[in-house]
Design a protein. Structure first.
Length: 429
């Protein structure tokens, strides 16, 4: 991990340059994704099967794109019983948290026979992308599907690369546990295109959620507007603010837990003690030796691992808010001194016994969080992502008589005489 000394002053321009991504890589991905989306729109299932053979080396036919309910149950039966019980408890925690987010429709009386309000309705259909590839994540099923179900979405579609269910029966167990019966074995940008535009086998959805690689996220960006999306979820990030009271072994373990996801994961330590920074670095070297996914973790530390040395807690807060990381841990004896000032983060984990991993699996809030420093304006996935509002306006003749002239003048001021006439013909002569 690089060490950046900001104890003299916070140089935000320097920080931005350190964390900037390659625009050339993004452009290359975008070009490939546009071609795939266009092809899926044109050729439907045939294109899905061709891309599955090309990218996943799996011989897929149109009749096998959908995974039957019986097959899901059969695959789920191969999951370890103890792990299934853990899944059930995690799902219960996530459901309890998200049921508290459910919004109700509302109206109020504004006088003169006028009633105004908003009708809250669940989306009709949602597609959930479940990544495959180097790792498969049953936790992703829970963290995306449960909020949608809490919101009242009737049609929840799961889509995942062809070998995901076979390689990890716990993914199938999660789908079975949550009653997801519409599942398709395709992945990548082609899966996003199928959800957005539909094919012979897959009916289009209204919204697409879930993490995925650069091609999946680029595809989500391209189809936004045709469908809604949750956010553009890039490589994971954690920023850890720590003082000398926290065990360096714990800090190192938490940094590596994020680094093992992906070679481009962001792993940032913020502290004001050089001795602590050195101790954490030593622990990282020790723990890396026993890590199963040491290669991507080591690459992440080299690519995007930084220890920021700041002058004090106030500067730590300013830096955290500028980084706007996916996950922030505050590992201090008195964490509220820092955590209370954090406003830009996907999730904040407060105290030495609250590592980000408890949020990844079990605590309750969804682990689908804004990345790429977008926590400045994006929120975590929630029930609000799966509902929409419809404004309700009830007006009366009495209100038109009282306010009609004002509305007419407003319309005329904008040069819209047709708008004005719509009011004029209703006003008493």
């Amino acid at each position: 991990m690089r060490i950046i000394d900001l104890s003299a002053r916070l140089d935000f321009r320097q920080i931005d340059e350190l964390l900037a991504s390659s625009e050339d890589d993004d452009l290359n991905v975008d070009r490939t994704v546009l071609d795939i989306i266009s092809d899926v729109r044109l050729r439907g299932d045939e294109a899905l099967c061709d891309y599955t053979r090309k990218f996943d080396e799996h011989d897929l036919t149109p009749s096998a794109i959908r995974v039957s309910g019986e097959e899901i149950q059969e695959l789920a039966s191969g999951a370890d019983d103890e792990l299934v019980d853990i899944l059930k408890r995690a799902a219960r925690n996530v459901r309890e948290f998200h049921e508290r987010q459910v919004q109700q429709s509302w109206e109020y009386y504004a006088g003169d026979g006028v009633r105004l309000g908003m009708r809250i309705s669940p989306l009709d259909s949602v597609g959930v992308y479940i990544p495959g590839g180097t790792s498969t994540y049953p936790s992703t099923v829970i963290m995306n599907v449960v909020p949608a179900q809490a919101a009242g979405v009737e049609r929840v579609v799961a889509i995942t690369p062809p070998r995901s269910l076979e390689e990890n029966p716990l993914v199938a167990a999660a789908l079975d546990l949550l009653g997801v019966r519409e599942v398709y074995r395709i992945g990548g940008a082609q899966a996003i295109a199928a959800l957005a535009y539909g094919t012979e086998s897959i009916a289009r959805v209204d919204k697409i959620v879930g993490p995925g690689n650069a091609y999946v996220q680029a595809a989500k960006r391209k189809v936004f507007g045709t469908v809604d999306i949750d956010m553009i979820a890039g490589p994971s990030e954690v920023a850890i603010v720590a003082d000398e009271t926290c065990n360096p072994e714990w800090i190192a373990a938490d940094l590596l837990a994020k680094a093992e996801h992906d070679e481009m994961s962001g792993v940032w330590l913020i502290c004001w003690s050089r001795d602590l920074a050195a101790a954490v670095f030593d622990q990282i070297q020790v723990q890396l030796e026993s890590l199963d996914r040491a290669a991507p973790a080591r690459a992440a530390l080299v690519n995007r691992g930084i220890t920021f040395i700041v002058s004090d807690e106030e500067c730590a807060v300013d830096l955290v808010n500028h980084l706007a990381a996916e996950q922030v841990e505050v590992l201090m004896a008195e964490p509220e001194r820092v955590s209370d000032g954090i406003k830009h983060a996907g999730a904040v984990f407060i105290g030495r016994y609250a590592p980000a991993v408890v949020g990844d699996y079990f605590a309750g809030p969804s682990h689908v969080l804004p990345t790429g420093r977008t926590a400045r304006f994006f929120s975590p996935l929630s029930v609000a992502d799966f509902v929409k509002g419809t404004n309700i306006v009830r007006y009366s003749g009495r209100a038109i008589e009282r306010f009609g002239e004002m509305i007419e003048k407003f319309a005329i001021a904008e040069g819209l005489t047709g708008h004005a006439r719509s009011i004029t013909i209703r006003r008493p002569k």
